[in-house]
Each structure stands twice: as C-alpha cells, then as structure tokens.
Design a protein around this ligand. Structure first.
Ligand SMILES: [Zn+2]
Length: 318
C-alpha cells in the first residue's frame, strides 16, 4: 500500500508538471478571461466563483458518458477560443489531452486534480472493482491508470477546487481578483453547509451495501461512510462480460437485499437482468449531472440527488 501511495504521489507530481499542458507565458489580459470548463460539476463551481463577473462555458453539456468521449467540432472550437481552461486532468478527460496540447501557449490550462488541498484516492482494485492499469511514472495519467478522477464528489475537494479556481482567475484577471476570492469564500460556506446536510441525511444508510454502475463514487462514500461493494462495468464504455455478470449476481445473492444503481447515460437493461430473481432493488445515480441544466446550483443538485437516491433505495421496504 505504501509503495502504491508513493507511486501515486510521483504520478500526481508528474501531472502537475506536464509542461505542454501548462502554458507558462500567458500575459494577464485586461478583459475578463474566456473560461472553458470541461464537465458540468466543475463548471458549476467555476460559475459560482465567477458570479457577477462573467459566465464560464461548459464543454460537455451532458448526454453521453465522459469515458470514451470524443469532442465534437463545435466543442473543439469552443476550447480553441479559451483563455483559461479548467479540467480534472488527463486521468479523467482523456479526450481533451490532444486538443489541449495543441492549445499550448494560447491558453492557461489548470488541472483541478493538482490543486492544493485536493485529496486524491487510488483506483479500487480486486473483488468487484476494476483493476487499474498503471503506467510508468512521468507518463500522464489516463482513466484506469491507478487514480480515481471523480474528485468533485468529496465536498472538501470541491472547496479546494473553488479556492484554486479563484486563484487562477485572479492571476489572469487581477481587476476582479477580490471578487473571485469573495465568491470562493461564499461557495465554501455553502459547500460546508451542504456537507453537514448530507452527513445528517446519509447517516441512516451508512454501511448498507450497494452496487454501482461504474466506480465513480469512492469520494462520496469516503466522505459519508457509505458502503459500495462493487461496480457492474469494468469500464463504462464497455459492456460487462458473462463472467463478470455472474460474479456480480453472486455478490448480490450473498449480501442479501441490496440496491443496484444504474446511471442515466447507460442502458438500465443490464441492471434489470442482474436483479431478476433476487431481492435487490434499483435506483439511479447521476454523478456528473447529465440530467441537470448547467449553472452554479448544479453541483449542489448533483450531491443532493445522489443522497436522495441512496436514501430512497437503501431504506425502501422489501
Ligand atoms: Zn466516471
């Protein structure tokens, strides 16, 4: 475990230092920067930090899965016009790596996974968790490379991300730096209230086992003492094989009544097939806000939506 964490540290340092993705010599502009944010939950946090100054643009507006995503021409154009880009990092949005490398020198690109105070978890392995493929240190991390990229689902991480965004924005747009900082502080207070609310709400489903569609919830589970026991797919863009389906079925039968959660961007058919003939129930989790309109409230709606779905399914009668 120790060696693994050390390896993780080295890899994270490698991301923070990827030179092609971090434009060094971008001079601050007088105008407010054109900010493009990769995914809706991060965009929501950025919208809060930029409130009253400008609207950031979200790159992936929803619909498909982030994993195995390919940028549309209109999205690539939006990215090419950006002054400042916020993303989790190559561990999550692999589809942005090449377009961002092409942007080098034109935009400042900030990876949220490398922000001070963001706690990063290794990918889960073994049992019903996918085995991460690891790269040599120095290579950029990609999905499944041993680091879990769903960092925003820890409200503490969200608070650190908001601070990092305010800092990056203020460096770019000094005339509004104070405003960004104040907004970030207001967002952090809101996140802290959300955290307390979720903690109270989720206390009653602590330790109740459930199965998730893909391994996106580790940060949320760690924050609130939840007990996901496995995921259905090894990778969200690949259908599980017969062997894995049998393994998940065995797990569901062995644990007794559990909830098996689908996600809006994936077919629920596989979930229905898995629970047929068992006492398991189903629910829906939307970790990326694919069903919610973008904006500063989306982050809070995503988190409350997860909590509501978990409580509804895990406390339902037989
Ligand atoms: Zn995911």
């Amino acid at each position: 475990m120790n060696g693994r964490l050390k390896c993780l540290g080295t890899l994270l340092l490698a991301i923070a230092l990827v030179p092609a993705l971090e434009a060094q010599a971008v001079a601050p502009l007088a105008a407010t920067p054109r900010v493009v944010v990769s995914i809706k939950p991060l965009h929501s946090l950025a919208a809060g930090v930029m409130a009253g100054v400008a609207e950031p643009e979200v790159l992936i507006k929803g619909g498909g899965s982030l994993h195995g995503y390919a940028l549309r021409p209109s999205e690539a154009r939006a990215l090419s016009r950006a002054d400042l880009v916020f993303w989790v990092g190559p561990v999550l949005e692999t589809f942005m790596e090449r377009p961002l490398a092409a942007l080098a020198g034109k935009a400042r690109v900030v990876a949220m996974i490398a922000m001070p105070g963001v706690k990063v978890q290794p990918s889960r392995e073994g049992g019903l968790w996918e085995d991460g493929l690891r790269k040599d240190a120095g290579e950029p991390l990609r999905h499944g490379d041993g680091v879990d990229g769903h960092i925003w689902l820890d409200p503490g991480n969200a608070a650190a991300i908001v601070a990092g965004m305010a800092e990056a924005l203020g460096a770019f747009d000094q005339s509004n730096a104070g405003r960004y900082r104040e907004n970030a502080a207001a967002m952090q207070a809101k996140l802290s209230a959300l955290d307390g609310e979720l903690r109270a709400k989720l206390a009653r489903v602590k330790e109740k086992p459930f199965v998730v569609f893909h391994d996106a919830y580790q940060y949320f589970e760690a924050s609130y003492g939840l007990r996901a026991v496995g995921s259905i797919t090894l990778s969200p863009d690949r259908a599980p094989g017969a062997g894995r389906v049998a393994e998940v079925k065995r797990k569901i039968a062995g644990l007794g009544p559990v909830c098996v959660f689908s996600e809006p961007q994936f077919q629920p058919r596989i979930v229905e097939m898995l629970i047929r003939g068992t006492a398991a129930k189903t629910g829906m989790l939307d970790p990326e806000g694919t069903t919610i309109g973008p904006g500063a409230e989306l982050y809070f709606d995503v988190a409350r939506g997860l909590a509501a779905s978990l409580v509804a399914c895990l406390t339902a009668g037989p």
